[in-house]
Write a protein that binds this ligand. Structure first.
Ligand SMILES: C[S@@+](CC[C@H](N)C(=O)[O-])C[C@H]1O[C@@H](n2cnc3c(N)ncnc32)[C@H](O)[C@@H]1O
Length: 195
């Protein structure tokens, strides 16, 4: 099936498994720009929400919520809760915890992605900023430690590649409900539809 023939998939219809990103280790000012890029990546590539754990950054929350109001879709931004309470709640509801780390099972050379999909539970993806606590690598926290290649790079690139592989590219053709602005793709120039 080529790109033109592939069906348009709406946010909530992509897969039964819902994905939320938990960002740990955010330092206000120092990490604001990168954390906002992680949240925007999560939103644009099919996640349902973003949790800024163990930290609060009101400006960041306003930025992401403004983007969602303008560009549509349902995407929540939560902050101020601890990583531990989020992990415990997620597990209690039958969810799966995926920790993105350069040290984990390689997404390309192992069958870890199939095992995550087969688990059926909603997925909480942990991405770090500064060095994460060692406990994140253990089964007290993570069900899967998954690497996007075994070289250190960026939480933003790791998240984007994971989501693209998980959704098999379908997230790139999704339409966002209640958008005030829509981009009409063009060979050249910029065309938008204001609703
Ligand atoms: C820039 S790294 C921080 C590394 C930190 N200084 C350390 O020593 O652990 C930030 C986050 O990016 C993600 N990351 C970086 N490279 C990755 C890779 N190859 N695969 C998966 N995640 C990766 C991880 O979530 C990591 O916590």
């Amino acid at each position: 099936m080529n790109l033109k023939q592939s069906p348009k998939i709406h946010n909530q219809e992509r897969r039964d498994q819902k994905i939320v990103v938990l960002r740990w280790g955010h330092r206000i000012h120092r990490d604001s720009r990168l954390t906002s890029h992680v949240a925007l990546t999560a939103r644009a590539l099919g996640c349902s929400g973003f949790i800024l754990s163990d930290s609060e950054d009101k400006k960041l929350k306003e930025t992401i919520e403004k983007v969602t109001r303008t560009w549509g879709g349902n995407f929540f931004f939560q902050m101020g809760t601890t990583w531990k309470s989020n992990i415990n709640n997620w597990k209690a509801q039958g969810g799966v915890i995926v920790h993105l780390t350069a040290y984990g099972e390689n997404i390309q050379t192992s069958d870890v992605l199939n095992r995550i999909k087969a688990s059926k539970g909603d997925i909480l993806i942990i991405v770090g900023s500064q060095k994460v606590p060692k406990i994140f690598y253990t089964n007290e926290v993570s069900d899967f430690n998954i690497s996007i290649g075994n070289q250190p790079h960026s939480e933003c690139s790791a998240l984007a590649i994971f989501l693209d592989r998980f959704f098999e590219g379908n997230e790139l053709s999704s339409s966002f409900q209640k958008a005030k602005i829509k981009i009409i793709p063009q060979k050249r120039g910029k065309k938008t539809l204001i609703q």
